[in-house]
Structure formats: C-alpha cells, structure tokens
Write a protein that binds this ligand. Structure first.
Ligand code: GRF
Length: 206
C-alpha cells in the first residue's frame, strides 16, 4: 500500500508516521509528502527520510478544485491508496474527497465533535473543559465531521498553557495516528454509518 501524507507545518505527526513505517509497525510505504507551503518543515523531514515531496503553490491555480485535481493527478501516478492529513491547513474540495472516498484520514487536536476547526487546543483550554485529546477520523466533505476511528484523553491541568497542553496532545497524536493508519492498512477498520469498528484479523477470515 502507498501512503501520501499532506502537511503544511512542522510535521511532527508526519515524523511519527515515517518512523512507524520505518520500523515496520505500519506495513506500507510513505511514497509522497504533499504541502501547500514551500517552507514547511514537514518537507525537510520527508527529504531527510528519502521520501519524494510535492510542493504545490495554491496561488497559481484558479480554484480549489483545480488545485486538488493537479494533486490528484500526482497521486494517481504514484498509485496512492491512502491520504493522511497531518496538519494540512487547506480544506479539501468535494472533488478530492469523492475521489478518495473512505481513503482520507485526518488528525484533529480535540475530542470531536467538540472544538472543530483551527486552534482546537486553545479552544478547549479557553472553554474550560477538564479533558481534551486528539481524534483520528475519516475525512468527509463536512469539516472535522467524518466517522471517528480513535480518540485519546488528555487531562487539562490548572497550570496548563496553550503550549504545555499542545505538547501533551501531540504526544498522544503520535501514538494514535500511526495506530489508526496501521489498522487501515491491515484492513481491520469497518465503517458503518457514523461508527467505525475495529475487527480483528481473525474475524476477517470467518
Ligand atoms: C496537530 O495538532 C494536528 O492535530 C492538527 O495539526 C497539528 C499538526 O502538527 N491537525 P504537526 O505539524 O504534525 O506537528
């Protein structure tokens, strides 16, 4: 299986995915890293790992769909089976979501359906919730609303700042995202309506 990771920023989740594929935990190739930001550190991480990168400048395309069509063309050439969004700051067009239906995953830094959109860590802290944590979900046309694959809990402490909380949320992201990707690759995820079930490989055989 070939995976493409889309990232706009630091790429710490990308790194966790690269490491998990490198160790054999995820039995798939990270074949391409795509970014809409030429200066994204994620691109450096990919290059260091010997992974092909694609920087696509949004400014040279007339529409979001044209942009996504150009990227989809690359993905088809590389026989990409799964797209993992990891801090990708663009909303995918309905065209792209349909092309890769049920084959796009995202990681969000809050417990969906709470605190959708950007700044999920700060939003949870400001709201005053006592527990937050990341969510891995399938991507649908509605932002941060697809079927949920995994979540992890992070307690919010009285002395937390946005940075200290983000650090602990990130640490959980780096565990649950590679695990969700591993499950996808092994074909053990089953979507039924809004719910995602984790079937064991043995159940598969029956
Ligand atoms: C993560 O917090 C993720 O939940 C959100 O964007 C952030 C990306 O972080 N979607 P990094 O670039 O992987 O370090």
């Amino acid at each position: 299986m070939n995976i493409a990771v889309f990232a706009s920023g630091d790429g710490s989740n990308l790194q966790a995915i690269i490491d998990a594929a490198g160790s054999g935990y995820i039995n798939a190739a990270i074949s391409l890293v795509v970014s809409d930001k030429g200066g994204a550190y994620a691109l450096e991480r990919a290059k260091k790992a010997g992974i092909e990168t694609l920087f696509m400048d949004p400014d040279i395309f007339k529409s979001k769909e044209d942009y996504d069509k150009a990227i989809a063309g690359y993905l088809k050439d590389k026989n990409i089976d799964l797209v993992c969004l990891a801090g990708y700051m663009r909303v995918l067009s309905p065209y792209f979501v349909r092309e890769y239906k049920d084959r796009i995953l995202n990681i969000h830094p809050a417990l969906l359906p709470s605190f959708k959109g950007v700044n999920g860590v700060k939003a949870a802290l400001d709201y005053g919730v006592k527990v937050t944590g990341p969510t891995v979900h399938f991507v649908t046309e509605k932002i941060d609303s697809g079927p949920i694959i995994a979540q992890s809990l992070v307690e919010i402490r009285d002395d937390d700042t946005e940075d200290s909380l983000r650090e602990r949320v990130h640490a959980e992201e780096h565990k649950i995202y590679p695990k969700a990707i591993k499950d996808f690759v092994e074909g053990t995820l089953e979507i039924k309506g809004r719910r995602v079930f984790h079937r064991s490989k043995d159940e598969d055989k029956n």
